[in-house]
Ligand binder design. Structure first.
Ligand code: PHE
Length: 463
C-alpha cells in the first residue's frame, strides 16, 4: 500500500534524469550540496578554535553520529514517504495533529539562518574581489585583520554585498534553474575538494604548523562545558541541514528505491571530511603566523589569505578558493531559500516569482540586522549572546534546530513506530538493512530525544 501511495504522488520524478545511476548520484550531490557550505569552511573552524579544539571536535563528531545522522534519516524517510514540503509532509503523515508545527518552525529557522548566512557569503563574495586586487595577501596578522575589519565595519559595503548575494540567489530561485546549479555544483565540488587539499598541504608544511595539529588532535576536556556541548550539537544540526525541514523537502525528491540510510551516511561522512580539511587548512596557519584561534567569525578571513600569500601562485589559488567557497555557500543558500518559497508557492499557492520576491524583501530586512552588526548596530548587544548576527546564529543552531530534531525523533520513534519505518526504510523489504534500521530505530526512540533534551537544558543553564 505504501508503494501505491508513493507511486501516485511522485510529482518530482520529472525533474530528475531517468537514468537510475545518474539519478541516485544526483540525489547524493544535491543533498551534499545543501550540507556542505559555510558551515564547513567558516563555522566549523571558528567554533573549534573558540571552544578549545580537539575536545570540541570529538563532542561534535559524537553529536553528528548519534543525533545528526538519525535526524537526517528521519527527515528523508518522512519526505520520501509523504512527498511534500516540510509542513505538508507532516500534515499528511499525521493528519489533524500538531506535528506540522515542526515544519513551521523550520520555515522560521530558514529565514533567520539566511539573515546571517547571506552576510558571511557577502564577505566571501567581497573577498573574491579583494583577492583579485591582491590587497589582502599578507602573512602579517595586523594587515589581514585590518582588511577584514575595513569590510565588516563599513555599513555600505556590508549591505551592498549582502544585497548582491540575495539578488543572486533570488534570481536562481525565481528562474527555477536549480537543476543547472546542481549540475554546476556536481562539477565544482571536486574542485573545491582539490583546492582544499592544496591549502592543507601548504598549511601543514608551514614552519610552526605542529602546534596547530596538536590543537586539532589533542583533546583537553577541561574546556568542555554544558554550553560547549550545546554549541557542538547545534553545529551538527547546522552542518547536516537538519532539524528544520530542508531534508524533508530533499527527501521528497528521492527515488523510491533510494537506500536512505546509506545515502545519509555517505553525505554525513563526506561532510565531515570537508570540515576536517577546512580545519587542517586553518589551524596550522593560525599557530604558524601567530593568529588567535579564538578570533571568532573572522578566523577564516584573516588566516586563509596568510596561507595563500606564503605559497607560489598564491593569488590565483586565493581567487579560486573564494570562488569555490562562494559556490558551496550558494548550494546551501538555495536549499535555505527554497524552504519558505516552497511553502508559499506550494501550500499557499502563490506564484513562484511573487513568493521569491516576498522572501527576498523579508530577508533583506531581517538580514540587514546581521549585516550592520559590526557597524551601525554594533552597540545592540544581547547579554551572553552578542549582536544581532550572533543572536540569529544562536537562536537557530542552538535552539530551533535541536528542538526541531528532538520532535522529529519523537515523531519517528513514537508516532510512526517500527512497522512503518521498517517498511519504508527497507524499501518494502527490498533492502537487506534490517540490522542498521533496528539500531536507527532504537536510537531515535530512546537515545536521541533524552540526549538532546539534556544537552538543551544544560546548555541553556536550565538545570
Ligand atoms: N549545512 C549548511 C552549511 O553547513 C547550512 C544549512 C543549514 C543549509 C540548514 C540548509 C539548512 O553551510
Amino acid at each position: 500500500m505504501a508503494t501505491a501511495d508513493r507511486a501516485e504522488s511522485v510529482p518530482h520524478h520529472g525533474t530528475v534524469s531517468r537514468d537510475v545511476f545518474t539519478t541516485r548520484l544526483g540525489v547524493i550531490t544535491a543533498t551534499l550540496g545543501s550540507a556542505v557550505g559555510l558551515g564547513n569552511i567558516w563555522k566549523f573552524p571558528y567554533l573549534a578554535g573558540a571552544n578549545g579544539g580537539a575536545a570540541f571536535i570529538i563532542v561534535y563528531l559524537l553529536c553528528t553520529l548519534v543525533v545528526g545522522l538519525p535526524v537526517m534519516i528521519t527527515e528523508h524517510v518522512i519526505g520520501r514517504t509523504a512527498r511534500g514540503d516540510a509542513i505538508a509532509s507532516l500534515k499528511k503523515l499525521a493528519p489533524g495533529k500538531s506535528w506540522w508545527l515542526i515544519g513551521a518552525s523550520g520555515i522560521l529557522a530558514s529565514f533567520l539562518i539566511m539573515a546571517f548566512y547571506t552576510e558571511v557569503a557577502a564577505w566571501v563574495f567581497a573577498y573574491i574581489v579583494k583577492a583579485i586586487q591582491g590587497a589582502v595577501l599578507s602573512t602579517d596578522p595586523a594587515v589581514t585583520e585590518a582588511a577584514f575589519a575595513e569590510l565588516v565595519t563599513s555599513p555600505v559595503q556590508s549591505l551592498v554585498w549582502q544585497w548582491i548575494v540575495l539578488a543572486f540567489i533570488a534570481f536562481i530561485i525565481a528562474l527555477g534553474v536549480s537543476k543547472g546549479i546542481e549540475r554546476m555544483t556536481k562539477r565544482l565540488m571536486p574542485a573545491l575538494f582539490a583546492i582544499l587539499i592544496i591549502v592543507v598541504i601548504r598549511s601543514v608544511t608551514l614552519p610552526g604548523a605542529a602546534q596547530g595539529l596538536e590543537f586539532l588532535l589533542k583533546p583537553d576536556f577541561s574546556k568542555v562545558t554544558g554550553a560547549t556541548v550545546l554549541t557542538a550539537l547545534g553545529l551538527s544540526f547546522f552542518k547536516l541541514s537538519v532539524g528544520m525541514g530542508t531534508m524533508i523537502t530533499y527527501g521528497s525528491y528521492f527515488l523510491d528505491d533510494q537506500d536512505i540510510p546509506a545515502t545519509a551516511t555517505r553525505v554525513m561522512l563526506s561532510d565531515v571530511l570537508v570540515s576536517a580539511l577546512a580545519g587542517l587548512a586553518v589551524f596550522p596557519a593560525v599557530f604558524a603566523f601567530g593568529f588567535q584561534p579564538e578570533s571568532g567569525p573572522s578566523l577564516l578571513f584573516i588566516t586563509i589569505p596568510a596561507v595563500f600569500s606564503s605559497m607560489p601562485f598564491g593569488q590565483i589559488f586565493m581567487i579560486l578558493f573564494f570562488v569555490l567557497t562562494a559556490i558551496a555557500a550558494t548550494g546551501a543558500m538555495l536549499s535555505l531559500f527554497e524552504v519558505p518559497v516552497a511553502y508559499l508557492a506550494g501550500t499557499l499557492n502563490w506564484d513562484r516569482k511573487k513568493a521569491t520576491v516576498a522572501v527576498l524583501i523579508g530577508l533583506a530586512v531581517v538580514g540587514s540586522t546581521a549585516a550592520l552588526s559590526n557597524s551601525l548596530l554594533a552597540d545592540v548587544v544581547f547579554p551572553g549572546i552578542g549582536t544581532f548576527f550572533d543572536l540569529w546564529d544562536y537562536l537557530t543552531s542552538n535552539i530551533l534546530l535541536p528542538v526541531g530534531g528532538l520532535f522529529l525523533c519523537l515523531f519517528a520513534g513514537w508516532v510512526l513506530k517500527w512497522d512503518k519505518l521498517k517498511t519504508w526504510l527497507t524499501n518494502n523489504g527490498n533492502l537487506d538493512n534490517q540490522g542498521i534500521i533496528r539500531a536507527f530505530y532504537l536510537v531515535v526512540k530512546y537515545v536521541t530525544p533524552p540526549l538532546v533534551l539534556i544537552i538543551l537544558l544544560s546548555g541553556l543553564n536550565l538545570f
